[in-house]
Design a protein around this ligand. Structure first.
Ligand code: TXA
Ligand code: MG
Length: 416
């Protein structure tokens, strides 16, 4: 892993990205890259051999479809119309292949953390492995500058799942990708810690009413504000009780987001564990959010771990046009606006009967989302046996708590 901050400072980011893009175009080995949600493992979505290598590197079941990433609407339209190359002029006179229902979402949220389900084009443009045999595929325009620049330099859509080994928590820093995939891939584009920290919201507007297949970086409340999406329904289940409804996002049925440690999730308001009474001579981890005190009241100092707020954007105007050609100087200008987020670190305490690694994610939902996967991974590295997690309330729907709790319930093996 190269040091991303040095590369930014020395203007070497362009060379690194170009090298990564060349690897995507010229080889079948996928390349890991940052997005604003989590790191993705990308390959040319039009080439079967390259897409197959993603599944192999991750150990991902072949029936779990991938999201296709694009840098512009013309690129998406070309994909949908089964064209390899396209000029903006030809597309302008034809009927727009993007379904009307998605226009308000694209307008408002792209580039950004939302994936839309579209009718799959023919095999001439999309490798069949991408869709895992479904008649649809997911598309997303990420807002990370590095992701957009890489897409633009590759000049083709990239199929990219999260860049973790299958079943592990998604990677929100380059180190996480390295830990999972070293020896299986050659290149990780290091963009520092991710801005959002949970994956994109996956929505199906082809069904009636439109459905949220996976909660993520765009909230249900934000969706409901869009014309045609007022009555969007929740199409995923992550509460333990009742119902045999089949999971609709195929990925939702697998073991997911699992650290090696056992995760014990305390839903918001469910009190806190009595560690000293119940966990003699164990190494345990604690992830705190709103109400639990540091190390659950043991006599220690408050730690400083928390995400920072801030946005890396400056490019939203490209949603309806096209990411401009990436040149070294344009890239270094764009990179100047990239916020440097921090990932949380665990503090170590000992009590009479436990070794405790404690992480505070702060009370803000955005900070919790940003630090969540990183915290699970960090506690695994400390070798803890059990992780106690303080959940947050996902009742309101006006923040990304639903995405956070969805991932945590899965990590705690509360299955759909
Ligand atoms: O934020 C994200 O979405 C990240 C970054 C890298 O963009 N990607 C990501 O990909 O999370 P992945 O493969 O880990 O999750 C994709 C999800 C899975 O739950 C998959 O089943 C669902 O999207 N999906 C993909 N294509 C689908 C389709 N045609 N119909 C329904 N669900 C689909
Ligand atoms: Mg994933």
């Amino acid at each position: 892993i190269d040091d991303w901050s040095i590369h930014y400072a020395e203007g070497k980011a362009y060379e690194s990205l170009k090298r990564a893009a060349d690897e995507v175009v010229n080889t079948d080995t996928p390349v890991a890259f940052p997005t604003e949600t989590v790191y993705g493992l990308g390959a040319d979505a039009t080439r079967s051999s390259a897409v197959k290598a993603i599944f192999a590197a991750k150990g991902r079941p072949a029936d779990n479809p991938l999201i296709v990433h694009v840098h512009s609407l013309p690129q998406l339209r070309a994909l949908l119309s089964g064209k390899q190359e396209t000029s903006e002029e030809t597309l302008r006179v034809e009927k727009d292949p993007i379904p009307e229902i998605y226009k308000p979402l694209i307008e408002r949220f792209w580039p950004g953390p939302i994936t839309i389900i579209l009718p799959a084009p023919g095999r001439s443009t999309l490798a069949p492995e991408v869709t895992a045999g479904l008649p649809t595929f997911g598309a997303r325009m990420p807002r990370s500058i590095l992701a957009l620049a890489l897409l633009r330099l590759c000049g083709r859509p990239l199929a990219a799942p999260s860049a973790n080994a299958s079943t592990r928590p998604s990677p929100t820093a380059a180190e996480h990708v390295y830990d999972d995939l070293q020896g299986r891939i050659h290149t990780i584009v290091d963009g520092g810690p991710c801005e959002v920290g949970v994956e994109s919201t996956v929505v199906d507007g082809l069904s009636s009413p439109p459905t949220i297949l996976r909660p993520g970086g765009v909230t249900v409340e934000q969706l409901r504000q869009c014309p045609g999406w007022e009555n969007v329904v929740i199409g995923y289940k992550d509460q333990q009780e009742g119902g045999a409804s089949k999971p609709r996002a195929p990925g939702m049925k697998y073991r997911h987001y699992s650290p090696k440690a056992e995760v014990i999730l305390f839903e918001a308001g469910a009190g806190r564990p009595g560690i000293e009474e119940t966990d003699t001579k164990k190494t345990i981890g604690i992830i705190r959010t709103k109400n639990w005190e540091p190390a659950l009241g043991l006599n220690i100092e408050r730690n400083k771990a928390a995400g920072r707020n801030g946005h890396a954007n400056g490019i939203s105007q490209y949603a309806n046009t096209s990411t401009p050609a990436i040149t070294p100087s344009r890239l270094s200008n764009l990179l100047r606006s990239v916020a440097q987020h921090q990932i949380p670190h665990a503090e170590h305490y000992t009590s009479s009967c436990s070794d405790i690694w404690d992480i505070g994610l702060g009370a803000e939902t955005e900070g919790v989302a940003r630090g969540l996967f990183s915290a699970l991974r960090e506690l695994d590295k400390k070798g803890v046996e059990t992780i106690y997690v303080e959940g947050i309330s996902d009742k309101a729907g006006d923040d990304i708590a639903a995405a956070v709790m969805n991932r945590l319930r899965k990590a705690a093996e509360i299955r759909t």
